[in-house]
Design a protein around this ligand. Structure first.
Ligand SMILES: [Zn+2]
Ligand SMILES: [Zn+2]
Length: 126
C-alpha cells in the first residue's frame, strides 16, 4: 500500500516520506513490532482514541501508559478478531486498558468528557 504521509511526523521529529517509510522507521528506530508499526504508519503517530501522540520511545516491554498497543475496535470479548486488520488500530496502552470492553460509542463519550476537562493547551481541536 503506497501513500504519502501528509503532515505526519514521528514524535522523535523524523519526517517520513511515505507510509512505508514511517513503518520502517518505527520498526528500526523504535523497535516496534511489524504489525503495530504498520498500523501506526497507516493511521499516523497519534492514538486512535484520544489523538494525542503515541509514546513510541517506550517499547512493548515497558509498562509506560502511553506506549502504543494494538486495539481491537470490536473487543475480543465481543467476538472481534485480530485476523481482520480493519478491526485493529493503534492506541495508548492506557486508553486501550481503560476502554476495556466498552463499545466504541460509549468510550468516545467518556473521552469527550475527559478532553473537555483538560486545560486549554492540552485540549484537542477537531
Ligand atoms: Zn521516530
Ligand atoms: Zn490515547
Amino acid at each position: 500500500m503506497a501513500g504519502r504521509v501528509s503532515g505526519k511526523s514521528c514524535p522523535c521529529g523524523y519526517k517520513p516520506r511515505s507510509i512505508e517509510d514511517l513503518g520502517k522507521h518505527l520498526r528500526c528506530a523504535h523497535s516496534i513490532n511489524r504489525k503495530l508499526a504498520l498500523l501506526i504508519a497507516r493511521q499516523g503517530c497519534d492514538c486512535y482514541w484520544c489523538r494525542l501522540p503515541l509514546w513510541v520511545f517506550a517499547t512493548r516491554y515497558s509498562s509506560h501508559p502511553l506506549r502504543p498497543t494494538i486495539e481491537h475496535l470490536i473487543p475480543k470479548s465481543a467476538g472481534g478478531g485480530g485476523a481482520d486488520e480493519g478491526n485493529l488500530r493503534a492506541a495508548h496502552a492506557i486508553c486501550n486498558h481503560l476502554r476495556g470492553s466498552m463499545s466504541e460509542a460509549e468510550w468516545r463519550e467518556i473521552i469527550a468528557v475527559a478532553m473537555a476537562s483538560l486545560p486549554e493547551q492540552g485540549r484537542l481541536t477537531a
